[in-house]
Design a protein around this ligand. Structure first.
Ligand code: RUQ
Ligand code: CUA
Length: 655
């Protein structure tokens, strides 16, 4: 057996382990290790009517969304639609949110969302925004935490598989987006076998406007054609640097499971983005023709708009000395994590047992001494011995991700050996280890990738659940597990299923978000071009085969609620304004035969549904949200006549 087949054999063995676990409902202790049931229950119990201490934002993975849970209870608070359409909220179906999902490939109703990242001020999550990457059709979204709605989605040109994304710098000067799959840049029709000549890896530095949060691509760094897996920003002393893991420095384009695992070491790419800014300022960049869209939701217009860009500023790493250095790192590193002081850069070599810790100070020293082992495509490669600070002899297998508790400890997940290992920064000794059920990917400590973690809980985000929950057919929910990490020993206190695949998650104390939560949209400030601000302005306008119904809702009726004059073949737009100005009083709108979704309209908001009636008759519509005691009465009728036979349009309420 060569090294790789050995690794594959271990991987295969580990994947079968969970099946071997006992499934004995009597013996909860068998499945979950030694759990002290009453103390665990007390720790996660949030009494009815009380609030959780933290908001936790979990990626939905292949669901494309973000789900919001309270911690420590594990209660689901909301699913925020981001990259996938959502019939529950009309997201991607109503006319206002459709533009959010526009790309240069057209309307894209699904993506794979991996890594939520909170905006930061001075290196600490500030509760303003959460960003998340769209992996498949490369994009980054920004969610506004006053509304818990997707406010903006930016597309990334020159990328393929936006995985090392969207990690933020200390003040969200940038969120980065690195390509996992290198592709021809610019895209062109070439033989795949010309990978080495034609493929490149673009790393985007997306600027975030401090006032409005608006994103745009400041510049891209064009890198050799490797795979850029994950990233994290420097902080404190290393602020100004961004670190990306690479794998496939072999530059293979086929059977990567073998071919991209040949090199003993790949690289962590250290990018000096302040230096890159100097190149930009001095005009030493190439302006490349390209195409990408920025889709922004305007909260006053209640509508998203698309901006098209056709240029991007590019720095070629090979031609910009001082911008990029490579740190050799063993065994196809996956996560790269920077400790709260910014001194250490941890490479999680996924085909390894040990963790490699690089020292930022040593890196700077080696750069100053120009002590290089050589170069790759003109980019200096540092000597491993010059930059390594230590190795954590973990005893685990398959390290993926590391987070920190702010008390000098680090916690690393091991996918293959299915555990979390707690170890000490500076001495690199292992302090504790605890199993996860099963096959943990990411882990999350509130603020655990920031300068000041709130190191009370740790959440393991597991890929496999097997015997943990009641079976639900072939598909089982993925799972989160909550651990108390306030003491010396980690203690498992709760399991809860998640939506889609939880890759990464982030959490923040509730008091940094809850007080800013918006309760209503002001009707007065509603600038939607089709808003109707009072019942007396409701009406129907028909031009050719386009019918615009200006409709309002208030407990418990629609105005108008009887409309005639529609005919088969018309395009009927319902522009529904919810006149309520009270918290938690949305109204729904649904019409029989609609091929889109319902609308769920917040107080003060206007939303539009397009309906194209296919058959003559009298069609009911109704409110879908139980809004009052007379909610069942909140209903109306639309008369649809055969083509060419409709009476004049009328819209009435209560006549
Ligand atoms: S990656 S484990 Cu996006 Cu580690 Cu999920
Ligand atoms: Cu409005 Cu139910």
């Amino acid at each position: 057996m060569n090294r790789l087949t050995k690794i594959m054999a271990v991987v295969a063995l580990a994947m079968t382990l969970p099946q071997g676990c006992k499934n004995n409902s009597e013996a909860g202790t068998e499945k979950s290790g030694a759990i002290n049931r009453s103390s665990a229950a007390e720790k996660v119990y949030v009494a009815p009517g009380e609030y959780d201490e933290f908001y936790s934002f979990m990626s939905g993975g292949f669901s494309g969304q973000i789900s919001v849970y309270g911690l420590p209870s594990g209660r689901l608070l909301k699913v925020i639609p981001v990259f996938s359409v959502d019939g529950e909220k009309g997201y991607g179906f109503n006319e206002e949110t459709k533009p959010l999902l526009e790309t240069t490939h057209g309307f894209i109703p699904w993506d794979d969302a991996h890594h939520p990242e909170l905006s930061q001020t001075n290196g600490v999550p500030d509760g303003k925004y959460i960003f998340i990457n769209g992996n498949n059709t490369p994009r980054v979204a920004r969610i506004d935490l006053t509304t818990f709605e997707t406010a903006e989605i930016i597309e990334l040109p020159n990328a393929g598989g936006n995985h090392s994304s969207p990690f933020t710098t200390e003040n969200s000067e940038y969120v980065v987006a690195g390509t996992r799959f290198s592709v021809p840049v610019p895209q062109k029709d070439v033989p795949i076998a010309t990978y080495k000549e034609n493929f490149k890896g673009a790393l985007s530095f997306i600027s975030v406007d401090p006032e409005h949060g608006h994103m745009d691509i400041d510049f891209q760094v064009l890198m050799p054609g490797y795979d850029y897996d994950l990233a994290h920003a420097g902080k404190g002393k290393s602020h100004g640097w961004m670190f990306f893991t690479t794998y496939n420095t072999e530059q293979s384009h086929t059977l990567k499971e073998v071919n991209a695992s040949q090199n003993d070491k790949d690289y962590i790419a250290a990018i000096n983005w302040k230096k890159a800014q100097e190149y930009i300022k001095d005009g030493k960049f190439k302006e490349m023709d390209t195409e990408y869209l920025i889709n922004r939701y305007d909260e006053n217009k209640h509508m998203a708009e698309t901006i098209k860009r056709n240029k991007v500023r590019v720095l070629d790493a090979s031609e910009c000395p001082g911008v990029v250095y490579f740190l050799p790192t063993p065994k196809s590193p996956h996560g790269v994590d920077v400790d709260p002081t910014g001194s250490y850069i941890i490479g999680n070599g996924k085909l390894n047992a040990n963790l490699t810790v690089h020292s930022f100070d040593k890196m700077i020293q080696a750069i100053e001494n120009e002590s290089f082992a050589g170069d790759a495509y003109g980019i200096p490669v540092l000597n491993f011995e010059d930059v390594v600070a230590g190795t954590v002899e973990s005893g685990g297998l398959g390290p993926l991700h590391t987070e920190f508790d702010g008390k000098g400890n680090a916690y690393t997940t091991f996918f293959i050996s299915s555990e979390v290992v707690k170890w000490k920064l500076d001495t690199w000794e292992v302090l504790d280890r605890i199993p996860t059920y099963y096959s943990v990917g990411h882990l999350m400590i509130p603020g655990g990738d920031s300068k000041e973690p709130w190191g009370k809980y740790m959440v393991a985000l597991n890929k496999i659940t097997k015997d943990r929950y009641l079976p639900t057919g072939p598909e089982l929910a993925h799972s989160a597990q909550l651990y108390d990490i306030s003491g010396d020993k980690m203690e498992l206190i709760l399991d809860f299923p998640t939506i889609g695949e939880p890759h990464y998650a982030q959490a923040i104390p509730a008091d940094l978000v809850a007080p800013n939560s918006k309760k209503i949209y002001s009707l007065e400030e509603n600038a939607h071009p089709y808003a109707t601000k009072s019942e007396k302005d409701t009406r129907v306008e028909k031009k050719g085969n386009e019918v615009h119904i200006y409709m309002t809702t208030i407990r418990s009726h629609f105005a108008p609620d009887n409309v005639e004059g529609i005919e088969v073949g018309d395009k009927v737009y319902f522009h529904v304004t919810n006149l309520e100005q009270d918290w938690d009083v949305p109204h729904g709108f649904s019409v029989m035969g609609a091929q889109t979704a319902e609308l769920l309209i917040m107080p003060g908001q206007t939303e539009t549904l397009l309906w194209e009636p296919k058959k003559p008759g009298v069609i009911p519509f109704y409110c879908t949200d139980f809004c009052s005691a007379l909610h069942q009465e909140m209903q109306g009728y639309l008369r649809v006549s055969p083509k060419g036979q409709a009476p004049a349009v009328t819209a009435t309420t209560g006549e």
